[in-house]
Design a protein around this ligand. Sequence first.
Ligand code: SF4
Ligand code: SF4
Length: 145
Amino acid sequence: MNDFWKHKKVSEFTDEEWESICTNCGHCCRIKLQDEDNDEIYYTNIICRYFDEKKCLCTEYKNRCILVPSCLKLTQKNFKNIPWMPKNCAYRILGETGDLPIWHPLVSHQPLPMEYSVKNKVINETLLSEDDWEDHITDEDFNRV
Ligand code: SF4
Ligand code: SF4
């Protein structure tokens, strides 16, 4: 069924259906910093070293959690319990609304609009010293905070 997410519980999705929800927007691959005092999470405009910005894909998807221990494996069980997931993450939207937005490629049958992806908006972590990360804190839409 083309709009399977409307007719099935998430727990009933096949692996392929589950993966197809991801838009590869890349926002969850941005480096995030946590305030030690209040645990608040801050987004940066820095992207994980394994993210290919041109293709908007993880280059190490199978080994991602080994290579990057902080890389989250989103599953049908945990996806509703990750408060820091980006607001435009399709899994988050599906969890909150039970549907996908009109700009989602499964709905629009078009590529993800650029405005929803990190393409041309991020700096690879390999190009920066960790000491400079704090200077790159932004909000989720890349505005300086
Ligand atoms: S390892 Fe891959 S999926 Fe994980 S944060 Fe890096 S680019 Fe993203
Ligand atoms: S934020 Fe959500 S939709 Fe975007 S790449 Fe990450 S898991 Fe996929």
